[in-house]
Design a binder for this molecule. Sequence first.
Ligand code: LLP
Length: 387
Amino acid sequence: MIKGTFPVERFKDIETPFYYYDTRVLRETLDTIREELRRNPEYEMHYAVKANANPKILRIISAAGLGADCVSGGEVRAAIEAGFPADKVVYAGVGKSDREINLALDYNIHCFNVESEAELLIINELAGLKNKTARIALRINPNVGAHTHSNITTGLAENKFGINLEQIESVIEQAIALPHIDFVGIHFHIGSQILDMIDFVALCNRINELTTLFERRRYPIRSINVGGGLGVDYGHPNHKYIPDFHSYFEVFRKHLRLIPGQTLHFELGRSVVAQCGSLITRVLYVKEGTCKRFAIVDAGMTDLIRPALYQAYHRIENISSDEPEVTYDVVGPVCESSDVFGKSIDLNATHRGDFIAIRSAGAYGEIMASQYNCRPLPKGYLNEELL
Ligand code: LLP
């Protein structure tokens, strides 16, 4: 999706800010993933719903045959309502409430990714009350780092996620013994926006160590879930809009030892949806500061919080102007100094009313929007709705 392919004329009828999703990019991304899965029949993909739960996006992903990885009862419901079959839904999260566990049991989801011994015991109890058996995988904290922002690193011993390596054997033994639990395998997730494949190699090595030990103990591991985390190229959304899924899957094919009959599960979120989405906003004012020129837009950190929360870079384009470039700080209207989308950004000369596209915003954009300052939530539109 390159500049010039945005239907700017159609945008004029729509209230800004809003998310614009190009389904051609999404479908091409899904086709690439499906091609990789076809080559590796023991691989299964559950899309991480947390990245974008817009029902229109979820329907396209479920129609492509992917499963869903959820982290709340709300996500489980959203996934099922969008057509994901319950037997392709997995549910992780360190703090599942009884209500959420019951909901997932009622839907007969494929698997709970359990994050503590205490949670295991509660799922066993709640499943027992329903005369059911819950399939579970144990999420292990592998103590493997990832070269990414500390707020989105999850696989270190200091992080709250998963069961620690010292306890894991005793928890597996309990899971095998509990009457209302069917222990299917192990689960990991080391972090997000990971671009250095070396981090995934380290994860594979740690998993191999563990599965060697588990085989010796004769623990029945039917599935290994390696979570998500593949990063996208925020700098080049026009040229590199399909993440390198091939290299990613190759890492696991080369480095992870599976025994016959084992399945390997992935939970990618960002890499599936980031590049199909842009936040479209209008310029309200251009203001000359003492040492800066500000382009003040009508979207704020309430619509896309990633720059404020993680100092994340998103490419910003003026899609209304072809004039020579001028440098701006692109800022929102929210009463917080961190409400800045980009500093010292070269944009085609910008005027009130121009449309600005904030790119690669399909993941962790619309879904993380808030109503701070009593601002309305942004809507999301597909390109095909605007024809
Ligand atoms: N599986 C688990 C257990 C996870 O915690 C996550 C993401 C994923 C899969 C999907 O990871 P992905 O493929 O999208 O990297 N809001 C942050 C990202 C938080 C990611 C949380 N967990 C951001 O905007 O960068």
